[in-house]
Design a protein around this ligand. Structure first.
Ligand SMILES: [Zn+2]
Length: 184
């Protein structure tokens, strides 16, 4: 039997940046060096995502302003999608807009019904610089759109309006981790 490396098993769990942290608000930079440092970053991102029981993680969520995200996420048919993508571009986001529960490791403990397209396609590169295309539907399409937003300095909260938005922001401001950093 061939030994298969489990993603993140050699990674280090890094502290998560939370809502209010400036690392989450700016657009990230393109990766230009496909080297050992990038491999280590991706390993650390898997380790951090699994430790926090998330389904996706963008590099700026651990304070690294580079265009990379990792995911281990089911779709609505319970198919598992596991991988990473470097310099992703959301090339398609279409199909019906579905409002479904969405949360974020940078806004722990809070969830809100968020509108997202049911189908998404992301093009980018692997850790070794090979072109990759990732297609998602349902909850995984939601995850792909969510992670691409992070790399532009966005959060799912930006997609909320009215009462839903006010409720989520109020809950975030009152959360034990907020410590006065989140404007109410
Ligand atoms: Zn997130």
């Amino acid at each position: 039997m061939r030994h298969r490396t489990i993603p993140g098993s050699s990674g280090r769990v890094r502290p998560l940046r939370l809502l209010g942290d400036p690392a989450l608000t700016g657009p990230c930079e393109e990766v230009t060096a496909f080297d050992g440092e990038l491999t280590e970053l991706i390993e650390d991102m898997y380790a951090t995502m699994y430790a926090a029981e998330g389904v996706g993680l963008a590099a700026n969520q651990i304070g690294v302003p580079l265009r990379v995200f990792v995911y281990d996420c089911p779709d609505d048919e319970d198919r598992r999608h596991l991988g990473h993508i470097v310099n992703p571009r959301l090339v398609e986001a279409d199909g019906p807009v579905v409002r479904g529960p969405e949360g974020c490791l940078s806004v722990p403990g809070i969830e809100a019904g968020t509108p997202r397209h049911d189908h998404a396609v992301v093009e980018g590169l692997s850790v070794t610089g090979e072109p990759v295309t990732v297609t998602g539907t349902g909850f995984f399409a939601r995850c792909l759109q969510h992670e691409c937003d992070h790399l532009e300095g966005g959060l799912y909260l930006d997609h909320l309006t009215g009462l839903r938005r006010r409720r989520a922001l109020r809950a975030a401001a009152r959360a034990p981790w907020a410590a006065g950093t989140v404007p109410a």
